[in-house]
Design a protein around this ligand. Structure first.
Ligand SMILES: NC(=O)c1ccc[n+]([C@@H]2O[C@H](COP(=O)([O-])OP(=O)(O)OC[C@H]3O[C@@H](n4cnc5c(N)ncnc54)[C@H](OP(=O)(O)O)[C@@H]3O)[C@@H](O)[C@H]2O)c1
Length: 197
């Protein structure tokens, strides 16, 4: 997911891909004009905004980055999921990954974005029209996250309210994955329509 986002964000931004292994990050950045690789600390220190595109199970690496992402925009794309009864299910009893991230990073401005967009949607140069749900505790943080989302053509940011709404956003991911699987469609994502007239 991180590489898919990097591919599209490099059109308007300089992107540093982070990894536990900097050589892996450099390999992921190779061929992406405007992208480079670094370890997580190096990447987050150099960046103005940081996107956490890591599995929920890897949240343990976040506290070590708290200082380097202090006062920066932090975007969570993290969806805690598990398999149960042949379906994907949301994995947390309460709260959300984004709220956990915000608790670990009290000096950062945390927002959700891109949670429900399968990386496959970004495999081509042009992304299909998508509504990207953004939760954030302030309109300023929402605005910053929304500008990042809008820098990918055909992505429309929609404000869902404060970070306590992040759970609803994250819960949509197992839903859209199950829908595609159960109904034999290609990957699905969120797109809201207005009535005519
Ligand atoms: N894939 C999608 O289509 C998609 C779409 C929307 C949201 N998301 C969310 O984005 C996050 C990443 O998804 P993904 O599909 O990109 O996952 P992934 O390929 O399994 O993991 C992404 C990267 O996380 C890093 N990582 C750091 N600590 C890790 C650990 N303890 N165990 C495993 N990986 C670790 C790994 O990079 P290094 O080894 O280089 O450190 C890995 O390549 C998830 O929370 C997911 O719910 C995914």
């Amino acid at each position: 997911m991180g590489r898919a986002l990097a591919r599209h964000l490099t059109r308007e931004h300089e992107v540093i891909i982070g990894s536990r292994d900097p050589s892996k990050a450099a390999a992921a950045a190779a061929g992406l004009r405007g992208a480079s690789g670094a370890d997580y600390k190096g990447a987050s220190r150099a960046a103005d905004a940081v996107i956490f595109a890591i599995p929920y199970e890897a949240m343990g690496l976040v506290p070590d980055l708290a200082l380097t992402v202090s006062s920066k925009l932090v975007i969570s794309v993290i969806n805690p999921m598990k398999v149960e009864g042949g379906l994907l299910r949301y994995a947390l009893k309460e709260g959300s990954a984004a709220e956990e991230l915000a608790r670990i990073l009290p000096r950062s401005r945390v927002a959700t974005a891109f949670n429900n967009v399968p990386s496959g949607f970004m495999k081509d140069d042009v992304v299909p029209p998508v509504d990207v749900l953004v939760a954030a505790d302030s309109k300023e943080t929402y605005g910053e996250a929304a500008r990042l989302v809008s820098s990918i053509r055909e992505m429309r940011p929609l404000y869902v309210g404060p970070l306590r709404e992040a759970r609803i956003v994250e819960e949509i991911t197992p839903l859209v994955l199950n829908l595609a699987n159960l109904n034999g469609t290609k990957a699905l994502t969120t797109r809201f329509v207005t009535r005519r007239g």
